[in-house]
Design a protein around this ligand. Structure first.
Ligand SMILES: Cc1cc2nc3c(=O)[nH]c(=O)nc-3n(C[C@H](O)[C@H](O)[C@H](O)COP(=O)(O)OP(=O)(O)OC[C@H]3O[C@@H](n4cnc5c(N)ncnc54)[C@H](O)[C@@H]3O)c2cc1C
Length: 311
């Protein structure tokens, strides 16, 4: 995460300011506000703004005049009930805004989450930095043979070194050509006065998907939980999961009761079909159940055994 002196000074300046407000604020999130959490080799996520807290969810659920219930434990109990029974609208009353710097291939997965407001850095207007993602050696994995969407064993030795060389060489060459086509240096000054230079909106098409982009991403708490449940899940790609994991820590600081209910009822919970539940009931009853005769397909059986720790 290479922030310039000026960017760091701007963040410090933002953090040095405070405002008097009648609205609810959360000291633990105020402490994190504006500070980037570094992710991958050049990325980050930081909270820019937020609205509401755990009490605002309770207040909305009860449509009350005051701050919800009197006791924190009662608020937490109601929040657990709401999450467990998928009563979602009280969570839509809270909002949060992030500033995210992420590789373009991660952004392509992230943007599929339509229930957010996005404003992306314009590479039509500005010149992108020479910043591209190169995975750490331990994340350089082979294609999984079992899962077409997943990774297998980590590449090793000469093969790993060769892959890293290719990734670095391609991105470096692409950026060199991008800069050459633009015919501008980092300050916008013309490099070769005999050439016009290609428009920024066209020159960028040469860049590979591991180049970094940035956006402001604002969503409500209900949709944030949906995003986190999909992208912090083990099935999600490592490179988006690290962002989701960092955002979960921010969620914990912001709305601790909601965070706990989310971890218990959503992220740490499993979904059993009616047939799976029937198998579990038969097993608890002492019956030895095999996949054949269980009513489950091989895939479903494998998933259930994995959940039960019998895989
Ligand atoms: C592990 C994983 C693998 C994936 N693989 C692929 C893949 O191979 N190919 C691919 O294309 N995508 C893939 N996706 C993306 C996935 O299909 C979703 O597009 C993405 O997760 C966003 O989810 P969402 O639509 O629920 O979220 P959001 O867009 O935030 O929507 C949230 C909810 O709002 C509702 N909603 C939003 N917009 C509409 C609408 N227009 N109409 C009706 N309801 C709406 C739906 O209930 C939706 O669940 C993958 C996602 C994950 C997590």
């Amino acid at each position: 995460m290479a922030l310039t002196e000026q960017q760091l000074a701007e963040i410090e300046e933002q953090r040095s300011r405070s405002a008097v407000t009648r609205r609810a604020t959360v000291p633990a999130l105020e402490e994190l506000l504006f500070t980037p959490v570094p992710l991958l080799d050049h990325g980050f996520v930081r909270v820019i703004d937020y609205m509401g807290d755990d009490a605002a969810i309770v207040q909305a659920a009860r449509v009350s005049y005051g701050r919800g219930t009197k006791k924190v434990s009662e608020d937490a109990g109601l929040i657990r009930y709401l999450i467990c029974h998928r009563h979602s609208t009280p969570f839509e009353m809270c909002e949060i805004k992030f500033h995210v710097k992420l590789p373009i291939f991660v952004a392509r997965q992230w943007i599929r989450h339509r229930t957010a407001n996005v404003n992306e850095y314009s590479a039509r207007y500005s010149i992108l930095d020479r910043e591209f993602y190169i995975p750490e050696a331990e994340h350089l994995a082979a294609q999984s043979r079992a899962n077409h969407q997943g990774r297998g064993d980590v590449l090793e030795g000469a093969e790993a070194a060769h892959v890293l060389d290719l990734l670095r060489e391609d991105a470096t060459r692409n950026y060199d050509h991008y800069a050459e086509m633009l015919n501008e240096d980092g300050t916008g000054a013309v490099v070769d006065p005999t050439r016009q230079g290609l428009a920024r909106e066209l020159a960028r098409m040469n860049l590979s998907l591991n180049f970094y982009t940035q956006w402001y991403w604002k969503t409500d708490l209900h949709n944030l939980l949906h995003f986190l449940s999909l992208r912090a899940d083990a099935h999600a790609q490592y490179e988006i999961r690290v962002y989701a994991d960092a955002m979960i820590e921010m969620l914990k600081a912001w709305v601790p009761a909601t965070y706990q209910a989310f971890m218990d009822y959503r992220l740490g919970a499993v979904n059993l079909s009616a047939q799976m539940l029937a198998v579990v009931r038969r097993m608890i009853g002492g019956e030895v159940v095999e996949q054949a005769g269980s009513g489950l397909s091989k895939r479903e059986w494998g998933e259930l055994m994995g959940v039960l720790g019998r895989g």
